[in-house]
Design a protein around this ligand. Structure first.
Ligand SMILES: Nc1ncnc2c1ncn2[C@@H]1O[C@H](COP(=O)(O)OP(=O)(O)OP(=O)(O)O)[C@@H](O)[C@H]1O
Length: 276
């Protein structure tokens, strides 16, 4: 066992009684005592959370409560912000993703990310999907790469719409198509977890419905963490919901429980519209 791993005994010895928060059997990711700082200012306070395998978990809460900051911890995207410092333990399976030995490029292939605004590369539709597979050496030849591009686009429901224009610039697609292309790009490298930061906020209701359906389908094979401002969206797409307030994780539970029978007064105030 190297330093990047915590022992099985340590994990097994955790219980709701010793931790004070709900634990899952065999979670995909474990977050323990995580604090995040921007310079002197603390944005996340002692967050503990288990993220279930092949589940969708939503992060909700008022603007500025730290949802995106927390999401970005899960694939070390915060490393790209100079003044940001993350403390605590974040495990993917049993590997500490903040260990010095971790290759961040590899980590971000395992824990992919889809952003608020669709951000295709200024390249062709084909190249957008093929790019990651190429840099990670996932295919041996052009035929395999073509197959991977096709499979990824089919999984995102985009193949029929783009198969005759694969060499055209991705920026020529509609916003909703671009976002599905970004999801195809993320899944082409076969990630285990996909992080989505308000993936539908720039989309119209029809494109939103398509992406939500896609999230539902993808959750059969991937673990998905989604930040959303829309409680309806959280209710539609996720099995679990985490409510954040002023940098603290106030409550995490089955989505239906959070929305119908929240444990904490702050959660109730938020879902009933008294905190905005
Ligand atoms: N790059 C940064 N530098 C300094 N402070 C930041 C930075 N990014 C976020 N913050 C601060 O961290 C806190 C949490 O912000 P964050 O964007 O994570 O919240 P959020 O819940 O995702 O908000 P929103 O719903 O408005 O997107 C806020 O006080 C914000 O001002």
């Amino acid at each position: 066992m190297n330093n990047a791993q915590i022992s099985k005994a340590e994990i097994v010895s955790e219980t709701y009684q010793t931790t004070g928060f709900p634990l899952l059997d065999d979670p995909k990711m474990r977050v323990r005592n995580v604090d995040v700082f921007y310079g002197e200012k603390q944005a996340i306070f002692d967050v503990n959370l288990d993220i279930g395998k092949n589940q969708v978990i939503s992060m909700i809460g008022p603007s500025g409560c730290g949802k995106s900051t927390f999401l970005r911890c899960l694939n070390r995207m915060n490393d790209t912000i100079d003044i940001c410092r993350v403390e605590g333990e974040l495990l993917l399976e049993s590997q500490n993703i903040y260990d010095k030995k971790i290759d961040v490029v590899e980590l971000r292939a395992r824990v992919g990310m889809v952003f608020q605004k669709p951000n295709p590369f200024p390249k062709s539709i084909y190249e957008n999907v093929a790019y990651g597979a190429r840099i990670h050496g996932l295919t041996d030849n052009k035929v395999q790469l073509d197959e991977l591009v096709e499979k990824s686009l089919i999984r995102c429901g985009l193949w029929k719409e783009v198969k005759d224009r694969l060499e055209e610039p991705a920026t020529g697609l509609s916003g909703g198509q671009q976002q599905r292309l970004c999801i195809a790009r993320a899944i082409a490298v076969n990630p285990e977890v996909i992080l989505m930061d308000e993936p539908c906020s720039a989309l119209d209701p029809i494109a939103t419905a398509t992406v939500e359906e896609l999230i539902h389908e993808l959750s059969e094979n991937f673990t998905i963490c989604i930040v959303t401002h829309s409680m309806q969206q959280a209710a539609r797409v996720s099995q679990r919901t985490a409510y954040f307030h002023l940098g603290k994780l106030i409550e995490v539970n089955d989505t239906s429980t959070v929305f119908t029978n929240p444990e904490h007064k702050l959660t109730e105030e938020y879902i009933t519209g008294r905190i905005g």
